[in-house]
Design a binder for this molecule. Structure first.
Ligand SMILES: O=C(O)[C@H](O)COP(=O)(O)O
Length: 206
């Protein structure tokens, strides 16, 4: 039985392009983001992958990325479950702020801590740890059981919600995961064993 799990970060968004902290705000994809999503779909098609179910967040950049991928695969209309548990980390009070201006205002080190420490949240927002505390229970309750039943699964989500998942899947320490940057629109293909452990991983960005 195939136990396939594909993760993909959304293509470039309008706010990625403007270098703004995005979090739970809902900007659309740029033209480049649309092409990245289409290319991700083509890559999966070249590998002859097909899916039985899809998961995405409540945010349109991830939903649109998924739609474009499914269209490339000829799988428009695939059963898709949307849940805010898969949303990007909430950036709290710095949402909408330019990342360079934030560095000028709060200092390079502080901004780096907010973006890449494991358990220090930005003011009013979520740390990666807090993000993991909502992503992982959802993964174990809703996603993993379906993968283990043989449903070939794709998740289109966000840099930090996927980081939380990858940390668990690849058994990475909190230091290791923070160094892991996820390319926009770059699928990562996992095959799991019957207990949900990763048997193989193929990162199409690598
Ligand atoms: O929400 C955002 O601004 C980005 O999608 C991810 O931000 P990061 O690169 O600071 O983790």
């Amino acid at each position: 039985m195939e136990r396939l799990l594909v993760l993909v970060r959304h293509g470039q968004s309008e706010w990625n392009l403007k270098n703004l902290f995005t979090g739970w705000k809902d900007p659309g994809l740029t033209e480049k983001g649309v092409s990245e999503a289409i290319e991700a779909g083509q890559q999966l098609k070249d590998l002859k992958l097909e899916f039985d179910i899809a998961f995405t967040s409540n945010l349109s950049r991830a939903q649109k990325t998924l739609d474009l991928i499914l269209a490339e695969l000829g799988q428009t209309g695939l059963t898709t479950i949307r849940d805010q548990a898969l949303n990007e980390r909430d950036y709290g009070d710095i949402t909408g702020m330019n990342k360079d201006e934030a560095r000028e205002k709060f200092g390079e080190e502080q901004v780096h801590i907010w973006r890449r420490s494991f358990d220090v949240p930005p003011p009013g927002g979520e740390s990666l740890k807090m993000t993991a505390e909502r992503v992982l229970p959802y993964y174990h309750a809703e996603i993993l059981p379906r993968v283990l039943q043989g449903n070939r699964t794709i998740i289109a989500a966000h840099g930090n919600s996927l980081r939380a998942l990858i940390m668990e899947l690849e058994n990475l320490s909190s230091e290791e995961i923070l160094k892991r940057e996820l390319g926009t629109g770059a699928p990562i293909i996992y095959r799991l064993d019957e207990e949900g452990n990763v048997q193989s991983v193929q990162d199409l960005a690598a």
